[in-house]
Design a binder for this molecule. Structure first.
Ligand code: NAP
Length: 325
């Protein structure tokens, strides 16, 4: 069979692989499946969105210094454009639209995007996750210019500087502890007087001289035109306002995986991330695979997402072969 046979209704062709999402995971899956001559269709998302924009979360970053192969660093959007060009070179097709509905009861599987209805023998889900933001003016605009949602990615840029981390969970403390390697001072801004983080993380953070806790505080204003220039904090008990003179703000108040679309079909963990079977990208539905941040609540790195995209492509290819396609 070719990779795009006419569908049973004579309309939409049946594709071997439909990939939903175009971050490092989805585009790596596209490169691998395209090179395997499976002519994948990538439903890449919508440019106007901050949650499912083509290219994923790296489109919201500036310089990426930890992606192997780029000793001088690379801009996030440029890196993702290179992934895309590489996938296109081997025949991947793209639809710039958001997937709005799926039906994994029928075979071939059905995916709706924009005005189109696609049929696929396999589907690779790589819709990623989004960092939760505070929702303040300037916040999104200054991402990559002092505001960050990833200490592993951006900590290095704040050597010798005073910065803030907002949040009181394990992520916030993990980021704060990591950031003490670079920053001269890390202020953890938490809206209550009690942390949500595990005891062991709390003990580590309290024992670290580089961390100072600002209790019962919320960030109420983010200042800066070109770069972050400081914050206004508001005391959640007294309402008193104060200035915090920092050059970096790490927002660590949690992540939300983009899995709502699949809620009726795919098994999810209590925190919403998709469940994949051990040592594979298989979901609970045979022929549907998941890779990248949508199923990873632990590492959340571009390089780990790309690695799992490769795994999903190989899993899909083997599945098609085993089923005579
Ligand atoms: P989380 O546990 O949900 O904590 C989110 C924190 O952000 C809470 O302290 C919350 O405050 C605060 N927050 C939420 N919305 C806010 C807002 N709008 N403004 C200000 N503060 C806000 O999320 P997480 O820390 O990302 O952790 C998620 C899961 O991953 C947890 O199960 C965690 O244990 C796990 N994790 C584990 C590790 C590790 O073991 N090394 C590392 C990272 C994450 P409140 O406390 O007031 O609600």
């Amino acid at each position: 069979m070719t990779s795009a046979d006419p569908g049973s209704d004579g309309a939409a062709p049946v594709r071997d692989v439909i990939i939903i999402g175009s971050g490092p995971a989805g585009l790596t899956a596209a490169i691998y499946t395209a090179r395997a001559r499976l002519a994948p269709l990538v439903i890449e998302g919508e440019p106007s969105s901050t949650s499912d924009q083509p290219g994923g979360q790296l489109m919201l970053t500036t310089e990426v210094e930890n992606y192997p192969g780029f000793p001088d660093g690379v801009m996030g959007p440029e890196l993702m454009m290179s992934f895309r060009v590489q996938a296109e070179r081997f025949g991947a097709e793209f639809q710039t639209a958001k997937a709005t509905r799926v039906n994994f009861d029928e075979r071939p599987f059905v995916v709706w995007a924009g005005d189109e209805r696609h049929l696929g023998r396999t589907v690779i889900v790589s819709t990623g996750a989004q960092s939760l933001l505070l929702g303040l003016p300037n916040e999104e605009r200054l991402i990559g210019h002092g505001v960050s949602t990833c200490a592993t990615c951006d900590g290095f840029f704040f050597r010798g500087q005073e910065i803030a981390v907002v949040g009181g969970g394990d992520s916030a403390l993990e980021e704060a502890l990591f950031l003490t390697r670079f920053a001269s001072k890390v202020h953890v801004v938490h809206r209550r007087h009690e942390l949500r983080a595990s005891k062991i993380m709390q003990d580590r953070a309290f024992a670290n001289d580089g961390i100072e806790f600002l209790w019962n505080c919320r960030v109420s204003e983010i200042h800066g035109d070109e770069r972050l220039e400081g914050l206004t904090l508001t005391d959640t008990v007294t309402g008193e306002r104060s200035a915090l003179d920092v050059t970096g703000l790490f927002v660590a108040i949690g992540h939300r995986p983009n899995t709502e679309l699949f809620a009726d079909w795919l098994d999810r963990k209590p925190n919403g991330y998709l469940v994949t079977q051990a040592d594979s990208t298989r979901t609970n539905i045979a022929g549907v695979f998941a890779c990248g941040d949508v199923q990873d609540d632990c590492y959340r790195q571009a390089v780990t997402a790309a690695g799992s995209g490769c795994q999903a492509a190989i899993d899909a290819e083997r599945w098609l072969e085993a089923h005579g396609h």
